[in-house]
Ligand binder design. Structure first.
Ligand SMILES: C[S@@+](CC[C@H](N)C(=O)[O-])C[C@H]1O[C@@H](n2cnc3c(N)ncnc32)[C@H](O)[C@@H]1O
Length: 247
């Protein structure tokens, strides 16, 4: 069944906090190498199946773990981009010919890189794209994921470290951003988002200096992503072999 083969990247890691400022929603010029068939967005969007109750659940106090990083607006869209989308030229790279995400300057350990943006959707089969390679689990309890196949930002170009480096140098983490709210005092509320962060010095081992300028930003999609890939490839191969036998 299609849903069994659905590729979903792993949930994020919750992490310690920093600063607070209001999220900005200013139009952004398209990043270099942005594909023409994908919509660039500054914040996540929601499928019709994501009800107001589900959206509220994302900002409910119970969900707002104080240990999550609060991302200042200036960091969400820095005036000088800290990352770049690049086509991967080396034939030895497993994603050769595709794009990857690279550091445009040194990125210190534990620092915020960018939000993982896309369409927030429920995990129902009718609200999911089983063919997407850009679908990240957002909240397992709420059964929500974020798919950046058709719309997103630079984050959708972060490749998995396997076959490229010995280990990842970045990770998906929950964080908080401030969004407008007519119902809240002060007109704002905190909502949970997923960010890509440089690994902390403790986790990074040899990479404890952070990510160097020009280095590829590599996360882990989790074993589940590649297991789904292999399962899909097996089903395809079996289908092809059956076709051959019947002919
Ligand atoms: C989330 S996208 C990453 C961006 C993608 N390279 C692009 O240009 O759109 C996931 C896809 O990137 C490729 N990819 C990422 N990491 C890889 C790896 N370690 N080995 C092989 N392919 C990889 C696969 O094609 C995968 O389906």
């Amino acid at each position: 069944m299609a849903t069994l083969l659905r590729v979903t990247m792993p949930s994020k890691i919750r992490h310690p906090a920093n600063v607070v400022v209001k999220i900005e929603r200013e139009p952004t010029p398209l990043p270099k190498n942005w594909p023409t068939d994908v919509q660039f967005i500054n914040d996540q969007t929601y499928s019709a199946a994501v009800t107001p109750d589900l959206r509220d659940a994302l900002s409910r106090i119970a969900n707002l773990n104080n240990s999550l990083s609060k991302i200042p607006a200036a960091i969400l869209r820095p005036s000088h981009p800290i990352i770049a989308i690049q086509t991967i030229a080396p034939q030895t790279h497993p994603a050769h010919g595709e794009c990857g995400l690279f550091a445009a300057q040194h990125l210190p350990p534990d620092s915020f890189i960018c939000l993982y943006l896309g369409l927030v959707h429920t995990n129902d089969a009718s609200d999911s794209d089983p063919a997407s390679n850009y679908d990240l689990s957002y909240d397992r309890d709420l059964a929500l994921s974020i798919d950046s196949a058709k719309s997103g930002n630079e984050s959708r170009f972060a490749n998995d470290y396997r076959g490229i480096a010995a280990r990842p140098n970045a990770e998906f983490r929950d964080c908080l951003v401030q969004v407008a709210s007519e119902r809240r005092a002060g007109g704002v509320k905190w909502e949970r988002r997923v960010g890509i962060f440089v690994l902390s010095a403790g986790k990074a081992g040899k990479r404890k200096a952070g990510i160097g300028q020009g280095e590829e930003i590599l996360v882990s999609y989790g074993k589940g992503f590649w297991d789904s890939r292999h399962a899909a490839a097996m089903v395809k191969l079996e289908g092809e072999l059956k076709g051959q036998t019947l002919e």
